[in-house]
Design a binder for this molecule. Structure first.
Ligand code: PLP
Length: 332
C-alpha cells in the first residue's frame, strides 16, 4: 500500500488504500481553508481570451494592497509551489540553510539542484555562513513565528555577502504583522506568497513573489506573457479587494481552530503547534492513529520525520467534527 507522505490532499490514494472506510471521506490532510472565498463567477472573456496586461495588473494591485506590499515588487505566478521549484534557475547558492522542520519541497528543490543543504532549527543564525537561508513564516507544520526584526537582520547580513533570504509566507494572511512583504524589493530578499490557503482556493493556482528588480525581470521572462489564467486573475482581484471577507475569515478561522483544539484536547492529544488553519499534534503512535482515522474515513497528514506527529486541518462542518471526535475516542 503506497500512501502519500510528501503532500496532503491525496484523497484519491486514500480512497483506494482504504476501500472499506465510511464515506464521504473527510479530508483534514491539508492546511487549506475549508470555507473558500465564495464569489467564483467568471466572465466568459476571462475563459475565452488570453489574459490581458490590465487583468494581470488589476490582480497584482489588489494583492499588493491586501498584503501591504509595493505592487511593483510583486510578480504573480500559478501558485507558490512552481516558484519554489524555479528558484534554483534564478539563483545559484552553494550552501542553503533550511528551517527544520518545514514544508519539504524547499529541501527537496535545493537538494535536487545540487546545493549543500543544511537543515537547521535556527537557520537565521546561518546568515553569515550560508549562501541562502530559507524559512517559512508562520511555519508549516508547527506554526512557529519568526520575528520581523530578526528576519531583516539576517537579510542584511546575507545581502552584504551577495546571499539570499527566502521567506515562504504561504500562511501569513493569518498573522499579517509577522510578514516582511513591505520590505519586498530589498536586496537579497525573496518572499513567496500563496493565494490558495487562506482563500481556500488552492486549485485555482495563484501566488506571487516579491524580490529585487533584476530577479523579478528574469522571473517574469521565464514565466512568459500569461503566467496566470484569466479566471484566476479575475477571482483573485475580487477576493483580494474584499477586505471585509478577509477580516471576517480571520475571526472565523480563529473560532474554528479553537473548536478543533477542544476535540483534540478532550481526546487527550498533545497540541504542539499550528496555525488557525491546522494543528500539529504529538503522540507516540502517530502512524497507528493515522490508520485508525483512515479506517474511519478521516484523512490527516502524517510525516516521515518524526513518526510521532500528525497535522490536522479544520473539520468543515459539525458532522465532520462529530466523526473526528468519535474516531479519536473509540470507546465513547
Ligand atoms: C509552506 C508552503 N509553501 C508553499 C506551498 C505551495 O502552495 P501553493 O503552490 O498552493 O501556493 C505550500 C503548500 O502546501 C506550503 O505549505
Amino acid at each position: 500500500m503506497s500512501i502519500d507522505f510528501i503532500h496532503g490532499g491525496a484523497i484519491d490514494v486514500m480512497r483506494a488504500a482504504y476501500p472499506d472506510a465510511p464515506t464521504p471521506w473527510i479530508d483534514l490532510s491539508t492546511g487549506i481553508n475549508p470555507w473558500p472565498y465564495p464569489n467564483l463567477s467568471v466572465s466568459p472573456s476571462a475563459q475565452t481570451d488570453l489574459p490581458t496586461r490590465a487583468a494581470l495588473e488589476a490582480c497584482q494591485g489588489a494583492m499588493a494592497a491586501a498584503i501591504g506590499a509595493d505592487p511593483d515588487a510583486l510578480v504573480l505566478a500559478p501558485g507558490s509551489e512552481i516558484l519554489i521549484r524555479l528558484l534554483p534557475t534564478l539563483i545559484a547558492p552553494r550552501r542553503v540553510a533550511i528551517l527544520q522542520p518545514t514544508y519539504g519541497d524547499h529541501a527537496e528543490t535545493w537538494t535536487r539542484a545540487g546545493a549543500e543543504v543544511i537543515r537547521s532549527r535556527d537557520p537565521l543564525s546561518c546568515a553569515d555562513s550560508a549562501d541562502a537561508v530559507v524559512i517559512t513564516n508562520p511555519n508549516n507544520p508547527d506554526g512557529r513565528l519568526f520575528n520581523v526584526d530578526a528576519i531583516r537582520e539576517a537579510r542584511r547580513t546575507l545581502a552584504a555577502r551577495g546571499g539570499w533570504l527566502i521567506v515562504d509566507e504561504a500562511y501569513s494572511d493569518l498573522v499579517q504583522r509577522h510578514s516582511v512583504v513591505r520590505h519586498g524589493g530589498e536586496d537579497g530578499l525573496i518572499v513567496l506568497r500563496s493565494f490558495g490557503k487562506f482563500f481556500g482556493l488552492a486549485g485555482m493556482r495563484l501566488g506571487g513573489l516579491l524580490a529585487p528588480v533584476a530577479f523579478r525581470n528574469t522571473l517574469s521572462h521565464r514565466l512568459g506573457a500569461w503566467p496566470v489564467s484569466g479566471a484566476a486573475l479575475e477571482i483573485g482581484a475580487r477576493a483580494f479587494a474584499d477586505t471585509t471577507w478577509q477580516q471576517n475569515t480571520r475571526e472565523d478561522l480563529k473560532i474554528a481552530a479553537r473548536r478543533l483544539d477542544d476535540i483534540l484536547i478532550s481526546s487527550k492529544l498533545n497540541i504542539v503547534g499550528g496555525t488557525n488553519l491546522f494543528r500539529l499534534i504529538e503522540t507516540p503512535d502517530a502512524h497507528k492513529l493515522f490508520e485508525r482515522l483512515a479506517e474511519a474515513g478521516i484523512y490527516v497528514r502524517r510525516f516521515r520525520w518524526p513518526e510521532t506527529h500528525l497535522r490536522v486541518g479544520l473539520p468543515p462542518h459539525p458532522d465532520a467534527e462529530a466523526r473526528l471526535r468519535a474516531a479519536l475516542n473509540p470507546s465513547i
